[in-house]
Design a protein around this ligand. Structure first.
Ligand SMILES: [Zn+2]
Length: 172
């Protein structure tokens, strides 16, 4: 099966699997969204916030970038989330075995990678342990976010998702 067919079939299966209640729920989302949490997490296919936190469409406003870092485009999405959607809880969610952290530690190069890898480097400085670097990167990203929205009166926290155990551990 080619990839496009796989995706189309998957969507058909999803729609036909919906219970009456679920159909009504999704239909009600057309009236608007009121997510209660904004999550900044990695683009990594193994990090799926709705699965990790066992929630549904409409509950989380998610910004995904490789290495869960914040650059200009992400700031725009965050501003929309906290100022227009009025979300009062932000979580920067790093993860173990992060390719972007690995790439930054090993000074890898690419045509467009610099904004992300440089931002991670600024956060982790000389840390070479990947798990520790992921923690520092998430914590520093949360601090950077706070510095960009100094008047935000919601909560901003950081945590690490462990790919092997599926557990989320908050960073103090
Ligand atoms: Zn990652």
């Amino acid at each position: 099966m080619d990839i496009k067919t796989k995706l189309i079939n998957g969507n058909k299966e999803f729609v036909s699997s919906l219970s009456k209640d679920k159909k009504e729920y999704y239909s009600s989302l057309s009236k608007g969204q009121s997510p209660y949490a904004l999550i900044i997490c990695c683009s990594d296919s193994r990090v799926v916030p709705e699965e990790i936190f066992h929630v549904h469409a409409g509950e989380l406003f998610i910004i995904r970038t490789a290495g869960n870092v914040i650059n200009e485009g992400e700031l725009a999405s965050i501003e929309y989330g906290i100022e227009h959607l009025n979300i009062k809880y932000v979580l920067v969610l790093g993860h173990t075995h992060c390719g972007a952290i690995h790439a930054s530690i090993h000074n890898e190069k690419g045509k467009y990678l610099d904004p992300i890898l440089n931002r991670i480097k600024l956060n982790i400085v000389n840390e070479v342990d990947e798990k520790t670097a992921s923690e520092i990167n998430a914590k520093k990203t949360a601090e950077y976010l706070k510095s960009k929205f100094p008047h935000y009166d919601g909560v901003v926290e950081s945590a690490i998702y462990d790919i092997e155990t599926c557990l989320v551990t908050y960073i103090e």
